[in-house]
Write a protein that binds this ligand. Structure first.
Ligand SMILES: N[C@@H](CCC(=O)N[C@@H](CS)C(=O)NCC(=O)O)C(=O)O
Length: 186
């Protein structure tokens, strides 16, 4: 939401304040436009919110969004989309790095999982969760095919799957450390 964000409101309007707080939290720069709501309402307000003629109205790239709670949801969604976009850029760099490090082999470390595989692979869980929450596919096969294949190999590796295994005698939720133990709880 970096450019062209306008907020139609008034300083003392609590509904406008809601939106200002959300924009500040997400560090979105915006132009605050004080509009007339008493007597003859401002033209820009009538154009942007012709049905209710109320503030606040957020104008993003010329598109008006009305109702403070809907605006908050919109700001949150846009911030999530932007974060996903930034993650996608970083992944492009990693795709290139994988090509160079792996030299056509399965892992960053070559034939076997190395430190770099572990360092990056441990983020795959949160990354997948982020994809679900934002409905944006970050590990996109069309954009980063090598990384997608690597992530699949990495996730299927015994050493990675093992973190889900529990010792038969341990209490639920306590992870076992031995590879030979069979999973009984998860
Ligand atoms: N449900 C709306 C309420 C907005 C609202 O009541 N705004 C007041 C100012 S605080 C307003 O624009 N009043 C003008 C009018 O009712 O004509 C929201 O959450 O955005």
């Amino acid at each position: 939401m970096a450019e062209e964000v306008k907020l139609l409101g008034r300083r003392l309007s609590p509904f406008s304040t809601r939106v200002r707080i959300a924009l500040n939290l997400k560090e979105v720069a915006y132009e605050f436009v004080t509009v007339e709501i008493f007597g003859q309402k401002s033209e820009i307000l009538l154009e942007s919110n012709p049905v209710y003629e109320k503030i606040p109205v957020l104008i993003h790239h010329g598109k008006p969004i009305c109702e403070s709670m809907i605006i908050l949801q919109y700001i949150d969604d846009e911030a999530a989309k932007e974060a996903a976009g930034r993650a996608a850029e970083i992944l492009q760099t990693l795709e290139e790095a994988f090509k160079q490090c792996s030299q056509g082999k399965d892992f960053f470390g070559g034939d076997a999982i190395g430190y770099l595989d572990i360092a990056l692979g441990s983020f795959l869980g949160p990354l997948k969760a982020g994809e679900k929450l934002s409905s944006v596919e970050i590990l996109d096969e069309k954009k980063v095919p090598l990384l997608v294949a690597w992530a699949e190999r990495f996730s299927k590796h015994d050493a990675v799957k093992e973190k889900r295994c529990a010792h038969p005698t341990t209490k639920p939720g306590v992870f076992a450390s031995s590879r030979s133990l069979k999973p009984t709880i998860f």
